[in-house]
Design a protein around this ligand. Structure first.
Ligand SMILES: N[C@@H](CCC(=O)N[C@@H](CS)C(=O)NCC(=O)O)C(=O)O
Length: 204
């Protein structure tokens, strides 16, 4: 019997890792941490030296970074069908867009928030405009970004686009709204958000 633990905070990117855990159908326990205190305590720094959430521990394996957590869980629990088969052509699309969210999309958004003006030729994300145009064309032309079914790449992309639009970090675009809403309505996503909302309300 394996053990699976989510380390998180109700108001954090951890809701993405929780959504993914819910999609796998596995049982898991949650350890909630507090910003600036338990998140930076030696016990947690031994799990994630960055002192950030989310992280998961699966038996003795620790995984941090939302995209890595999603990819790891999809492979660890293949029966949930959250990743195209290894070696398939769809797997190429899957890796491409999963990494695009964790890399260019997040970096471009944070650069904008931080007021950084970077030379598009040397910045890995080019420009936020190009990143968003690329994603707009992608989600306007297909229902899922890898093959013909939902995968962890859709989970990541829809969660981050939804989140950025919700907080006004990027403009709402019809294609983004339709794509994010479609996947946010999945039962696992609804459960994940409800769990974090309950926890946040209980603390307030
Ligand atoms: N690259 C990480 C980002 C994790 C992250 O920045 N988490 C924030 C919460 S959303 C955090 O833990 N901040 C606490 C801190 O830095 O002290 C991922 O993708 O999971």
């Amino acid at each position: 019997m394996s053990t699976l633990t989510l380390y998180t905070h109700p108001e954090s990117r951890g809701v993405v890792a929780r959504w993914m855990l819910e999609e796998t159908g596995q049982s898991y326990r949650t350890e909630y941490l507090e910003y600036g205190t338990t998140m930076k305590a030696p016990e947690y720094l031994a799990i994630n030296p960055m002192g950030k959430v989310p992280a998961i521990r699966h038996d003795t394996t620790v995984v941090t970074e939302n995209a890595a957590i999603c990819a790891y869980l999809a492979d660890a629990f293949p029966a949930a069908g959250l990743a195209p088969p290894s070696g398939s052509r769809e797997r190429g699309d899957y890796y491409r867009w999963l990494f695009f969210v964790a890399g260019p999309l997040e970096a471009a958004v944070l650069a904008k928030l931080g007021g950084a003006t970077l030379e598009p030729r040397s910045a890995g994300f080019g420009s936020l405009e190009d990143v968003l145009a690329t994603l707009d064309a992608l989600v306007s032309s297909r229902e899922f970004v890898a093959g013909d079914r939902f995968s962890a790449a859709d989970l990541m992309l829809s969660a981050y686009l939804g989140w950025y639009m919700q907080f006004g970090v990027i403009d709402k675009r019809p294609a983004f709204e339709a794509y994010a809403a479609r996947h946010a309505g999945r039962e696992a996503a609804v459960r994940a958000r409800a769990t974090e909302a309950e926890r946040a309300a209980a603390k307030a």
